[in-house]
Every structure is written in C-alpha cells, then in structure tokens.
Design a protein around this ligand. Sequence first.
Ligand SMILES: Nc1nc2c(ncn2[C@@H]2O[C@H](COP(=O)(O)OP(=O)(O)O)[C@@H](O)[C@H]2O)c(=O)[nH]1
Ligand SMILES: [Mg+2]
Length: 251
Amino acid sequence: MNTLTVVEPTAPSTVSPVAEDGFADVVVIVRVYNEAPVVGGVIAELMAAGISVVAVDDASTDGSAGEIDRTGALRVSHPINLGAGGALQTGLEAALKFTDARYIGCFDADGQHQLVDLIGMIRTIRQGYDVVMGSRFLDGKTEMSPLRRLILRTATKVFNRGAGTRLTDAHNGLRLMTREVAAATRLTQTGMAYASELERQLTRPGHRLTEFPVHILYTEYSKSKGQPLLNSVNILADTIAHRLGSGRAAL
Ligand SMILES: Nc1nc2c(ncn2[C@@H]2O[C@H](COP(=O)(O)OP(=O)(O)O)[C@@H](O)[C@H]2O)c(=O)[nH]1
Ligand SMILES: [Mg+2]
C-alpha cells in the first residue's frame, strides 16, 4: 500500500542541499502549557538527536519554564495564556526570527509524538515538499477509542469538502513546513479553532503537500491532562461551523 497520500498533484521538484546526516536545517516548536512532568524529557530527546527546539511556555503555572531551561532550549514565554494557537503563532515567529532553519516543525510537549516519526517527516520534506502533515489513519499503529476515531474522521471529511483536499487526518499536531510556509501563516483564532485555521492555510492551493503516517500515543499522562476528547469535539464543531459559514458566504 502506498503510505504517502499526495494531496496536491504537483510532484516535488527541488531537493534540499543540506546533508542527510544531520538536522541543522530543522527547528521544532514545542508549545508548553503545564507539562512539567514530561516536557524536559521530550525536549531533551529532540535536542539529543541534533534538532533545535523553540519552546513556547504559554504562561504555565507549574515548573515547566524551569524544566525547559534545564534542557538549554530557546524559551519564549507568554505573560498570559494565549492557548494552543497563540502559542504556535509565537513559536513560528520566534523560529523565523531567531533561526535560519529551512524547515519548521510542530511537536507536542506531552509525550504523544514520536521522534522517529518527525525524522521520517524531515526526510520526506527534503524531497521537495512544502508541507508534511502527520496522519494517524495511514496505518493501524495509533490506538484510540472508536468515539475519538469517529469524531476525527468526521472532522476530516467535513474539512476536506470545504478545502477540496484529500487528507486522511486534518487535525494532527505533528506537522512540518518550509520556512516560506511558516512565514505566510497567521493564526488568529483562540481555543481549538486554531486547528482548522492552520489546516486551511497549510493546504492552500499550490503547496506541495503530503501526509506521513505517525503513531500518536494516548498515554495515561496525556489522557489525565485536560480533555483531549473534548478538543476533538470542539475541532469538529468548529470545522462544521466554518463550512456552514463559508457556504453561506458563497451563496
Ligand atoms: N490545551 C492547551 N494546550 C496548550 C496551550 N498552550 C500550549 N499548549 C500545548 O499545545 C500542545 C497540544 O495540546 P494538547 O492538549 O496535548 O492537545 P491535543 O493532544 O492535540 O489534544 C501541548 O504540547 C500543550 O502543552 C493551552 O492553552 N491549552
Ligand atoms: Mg496532546
């Protein structure tokens, strides 16, 4: 089975000149909101692999900032909580301002994402793509409840209809984009609505885009933190609301 789903029909045309044996061309944004028990380990693993990290501390009230600083990663802190979208916008701007990385990635602080998947995505984007998006649905590795699967698949279908794409997973937090795509990205939505806003911008016509199979871990830690299932419901509601809104605008 073909593991890569090319959404835009244009073939990759350029190959990054950067040596394949290192990650000097990559910076990863790790957004952090009260992840003190795990964030140090997540960032340390990325940095041990030679990947630069920009950590955005979204006004955490626990020891997250200290844990980030112990890793030596660049930390940017919000004085007030701006949510996952605001934290990502800050991370994109910091990555562009403070690094000359060719590729900019997004990696969760809570241990749900795998370094091996990110490395596969880096190898893929170097083949000449503009955006590589992680997908939980290209192989059977990610285990999730039937309800979460249904919500995420439905949100993806609704998104695809609106955007004219053929994604298999429209709301996966593991993403990699070129510097140019990052510079053109503007996130204004608060809450989980940012997710659809980001996907709409990443899937703009003209972007050479592909998906890469990733394994998202629903650990006890990630499940005990916050309400990830509610996040999925919010994403679905926002996607449908946007579809209805743009449908009306088109009439
Ligand atoms: N939920 C949430 N996450 C935030 C916020 N600011 C930054 N983040 C970080 O964004 C990432 C994704 O959040 P998470 O709750 O794991 O979302 P999910 O795994 O996509 O359902 C994590 O690394 C969080 O620490 C915020 O205000 N709320
Ligand atoms: Mg998470």
